[in-house]
Design a protein around this ligand. Sequence first.
Ligand SMILES: [Zn+2]
Ligand SMILES: [Zn+2]
Length: 447
Amino acid sequence: MEWAESRQGSTLILAVSGRLDIESANAFRDALMSRLGGADARVVLDFSGVEYISSAGLRVLMIASKQARTAGVALAIAGMQPLVAEIFQISRFDTLFACHPTLEQALTGQTHATSQPARSGLDQEGASDAIAVKFWGTRGSLPAPLGVQQLRGKLASALVAGAGLNLDTLEKARSFVEGLPFRVGGTYGGNSSCVELGARGNDIVLLDMGSGARLAGHDALRRLAGQPGEFHIFMSHLHWDHIMGFPFFVPAYVPGQHIRIYGCHDRLEHAFRRQQDEPSFPVDFSKLGANIEFIVLEPERSYEIAGYQVMARLQLHGGDSYGYRFERDGKVVVYSTDAEHKPEQAEDVRGFVDLFRDADLVIFDAMYSLADSVSIREDWGHSSNVVGVELCQQAGAKRLALFHHEPVNDDAAIDRLCHEAQRLEEITRMGERLEILAAYDGLELDI
Ligand SMILES: [Zn+2]
Ligand SMILES: [Zn+2]
């Protein structure tokens, strides 16, 4: 391994060449560390001459990035050869560093462009007025992965459904599986609450940080492709199932990412910091690399954030929760989870009808059946499919997504709650049809 040093303005350029492996790692570390003392505001590693990097070399980069962060130095990598770039992708180091295709682009601030084609509504957000909504986690209280017995049940049902068909290639089998009913070919939420609303530019809008936030974070970094993102996270409340994904939300670890966490609880910051305290988690909150801010919002007040008009409303739940109404370009999305309703109290009903008024989509805590929610589970802080239908009908909402599914409920039970809600809507319809669906992890809607 060899290297050469040059300077452009306040940027130090270190051109590295050769192999960065176990043989050269120590020399690379010593040379690099001595130059990350903070004298230069920015250090660019010109990797155009690096032929190979092993885990030992990557480890040095990881140590260097921590040192750079402590010293307040921006560290970037430029000009990786295809093999090295692929090692970065496989090791996910491309999400940890600002990577530029060439040194020139590093010096002019252009970042690596993603080679992946646009796939979802979130990728194409900004191209139309529709709001892309993606559900990353839809389970209530605790993540509930599909069990092996349930999986085998689905496989067996699929085999019976395909009996006699000539499914002798993966392509044929895949297209057959696409057409299976959801209870056989799909599954409802495994992860706890996290929903993404499409936003423009480098804004990312997320609702709650349940375990679904882990995948949301990876996907956001993929779309940002090395650029700094502006994350806006709205918290319904601070129960564990709504914050547990944050320690696994990779953008929080990436220097240069800006994360704003909004909520109405005055202990918002405390809850996030505490879950990463010893002995609950190995990485203390203070070690996170992103710039993280906490912003306490006032309920019933309208804010303009990330292109949306946002308003929060107090909900009945242990320790309080808040529902949010998001408006953009005449479209309305309401996120109302972890809320118990008292349908017999006119004032409670009026408040929610206002929150849901003419919404294009209402994401609603329908954890229980009505019978459960008003009997054995009264005062447990959750609602039912029936109340969801009634409130949406009164508010003139167009679509209702049942959300925060009870961990005990398997796919058949959630299907049943959904069908019952659809039937209730049909027999009590007063005006326009209300479309009802049960949200699942991975569901994408264009609103
Ligand atoms: Zn919850
Ligand atoms: Zn809760």
